[in-house]
Design a protein around this ligand. Structure first.
Ligand SMILES: CC(C)(COP(=O)(O)OP(=O)(O)OC[C@H]1O[C@@H](n2cnc3c(N)ncnc32)[C@H](O)[C@@H]1OP(=O)(O)O)[C@@H](O)C(=O)NCCC(=O)NCCS
Length: 151
């Protein structure tokens, strides 16, 4: 789909974001309405929208400011299933890099379920598995921390 746009998420996107969450993640790991409202208020979410300005994908970024270096964390990335495989996830990731990363950003990190197909997606961007996170999602659901070094 060529006809999409990427913009900052706003409170009016809440319903669409809940739909993305329910389609892309199981209920034990997905964001709820309260979390999404908080992240929208913090301007942490970029959305990809269709031609009607309705959100069909999102990326959530958290920035940890340290005295010298910033650590950027990709908290969530999801594209609704009918729109996957059309470059929208890649565009969201690139937009987030452009908007949030600066010369003080040395590391971009994320956590992903250990059996997620998204590991390949992130690897193709240069993310590398840094560590295994035992019981990270639920008691039986492990994760990986992946890291991208900007320099
Ligand atoms: C992971 C996800 C965000 C990717 O978004 P997308 O819009 O489908 O990805 P794109 O179309 O931009 O693909 C970008 C590249 O990654 C590759 N890719 C995408 N999904 C892939 C997958 N499941 N397995 C392997 N490679 C994949 C594509 O081939 C493409 O490579 P190319 O540019 O060389 O052709 C999307 O599949 C998704 O929402 N999945 C469910 C939720 C999830 O697992 N999120 C990540 C954990 S936080």
């Amino acid at each position: 789909m060529k006809n999409y746009r990427i913009r900052l998420g706003v409170s009016g996107d809440l319903e669409a974001l809940l739909l993305i969450e329910s389609e892309c993640f199981s209920s034990d790991v997905s964001f709820n309405s309260r979390q999404l409202k908080y992240l929208l208020a913090k301007k942490s979410i970029l959305v990809a929208t269709d031609h009607t300005n309705y959100a069909i994908g999102q990326i959530t970024i958290l920035i940890r400011h340290h005295s010298i270096l910033n650590n950027l964390r990709i908290y969530n990335l999801a594209v609704r299933s009918p729109y996957q495989g059309q470059g929208i996830g890649k565009a969201l990731l690139e937009s987030a890099f452009k908007k949030y990363a600066n010369q003080n950003t040395k590391r971009i990190t994320l956590e992903v379920e250990e059996d997620s197909p998204a590991i390949k997606f992130y690897s193709s961007f240069g993310f590398k598995i840094e560590s295994k996170l035992k019981g990270y999602y639920t008691k039986d659901k492990n994760g990986f921390r992946m890291v991208y070094h900007t320099t």
